[in-house]
Design a protein around this ligand. Sequence first.
Ligand SMILES: Cc1cc2nc3c(=O)[nH]c(=O)nc-3n(C[C@H](O)[C@H](O)[C@H](O)COP(=O)(O)OP(=O)(O)OC[C@H]3O[C@@H](n4cnc5c(N)ncnc54)[C@H](O)[C@@H]3O)c2cc1C
Length: 437
Amino acid sequence: MANSELHHVVVVGGGAAGLELATSLGDKLGKKGLARVTLVDRARTHIWKPLLHAVAAGSLRRSQHELNYLAQAHWHGFRYRFGELIGIDPAARTITLAASMDEEGREISPEQALSYDTLVVAVGSITNDFGTPGAAQYAVPLDTPDQASRFNRRLVNAFMRAQDQDSPVRPGQLHVAIIGAGATGTELSAELHRTARSIIEYGLDKIDPEKDLRIVLLEAADRILPALPPKLSANVFAELTKLGIIVRVGARVSEVLPDGVRLSDGEVIPSELVVWAAGVKAPDVLAGIGGLETNRINQLVVRQTLQTTRDDNIFAIGDCASCPRPGSKQPVPPRAQAAHQQADFMVKQIVARLAGRPLRNYVYRDFGSLVSLGGHSTVGSLMGFVVGHSFFIEGMFARLMYRSLYKMHEAALHGGGRTLLGTMLLGSRPAPAVKLH
Ligand SMILES: Cc1cc2nc3c(=O)[nH]c(=O)nc-3n(C[C@H](O)[C@H](O)[C@H](O)COP(=O)(O)OP(=O)(O)OC[C@H]3O[C@@H](n4cnc5c(N)ncnc54)[C@H](O)[C@@H]3O)c2cc1C
């Protein structure tokens, strides 16, 4: 069979879900000539998104965890196309990719159409600032590695400015306000508490961490980690407070200012560094794309087969999909473990589709939630499938479980053997404890 006659699976978005899927399909189908597999991403490299708070805090180097799409495609039997999805034509079975430019504004590729037989949309989610005035201008979101690196540079620059200026450190100059105490905001606050002190230890003697440094975590709900069990919230609240992080619940942000954050009751919290980590939505490009059903946060609505409700050839997985969860009013949550499970499930769906077998229904399994507090502690709740309810864990066991989610992602991309080897060799390189440039 000529190569162009092979069934063409196009995966758009090479994140936690899409890259695992493309890698596995490439290994199982692409390498054996059973299908053509193409991954489209608007970035050139992949980094697992739950690591971004550590990139922002400076405790993790991007280069050690970034994976080049072109190389991954070459090793695993799929094709990589650099491009941004801007349209879907379900009738013609094509997607439209925007023209791509290099840093000097020269065109790399023109706007073009790419045809598919099966399309899997896996473009993830972005921060939802709900149109709050000043948020887009003054607060940094943590959606991409570049944004995480930008925040880290702002942080280091703020410290260097404070060190070099003639005047004393201003109130608010080295304060960080983190808006949203979900897993991202909570983990970032603890990680920053640790790394900010480490940066100061590199000779920035004009800064007094106890007096000048302040991390404020703001949450509109009546407890932090509102999506997780109350016992977990209470434990994490106690840990953060012990560290000296100021945690404010019931604090709704109405405006982000150049030098602070205004709450809905008018109170202004001085802070020259602001991170927006409250709420997610699927990228705006998905709203009503190709006449497909989307919800109020732009997610593509899918059935339990992961097919979109209006087109059997188009599937959606990960954060950009709203997938029903039997027995629950809430859809499958936008989490890395759901992305991992759906990628794995999707491989079987595509194999079944190619073989003409009926598709199965995906059922989300919640294995619990873990929160890492920047090396200070890891706490979480695990689902006990035997006892039928969640139980609380902390300490070394929790830390190992937390790492295992990333290890599963790495194993899906590189194979179990290489991941084990990498785990044993990592950490042997001498380097400063935080990123300093
Ligand atoms: C700081 C942080 C910490 C987190 N911590 C946890 C955690 O501890 N546990 C947990 O379960 N979850 C966590 N999450 C959530 C988790 O990262 C997501 O649920 C998961 O990454 C979703 O996977 P995905 O494949 O759907 O999307 P992503 O991993 O976001 O991948 C989306 C991909 O699509 C690409 N893309 C986007 N738009 C386009 C376009 N128009 N055209 C082409 N390509 C496009 C992007 O470049 C990206 O490669 C965290 C998230 C953040 C931001």
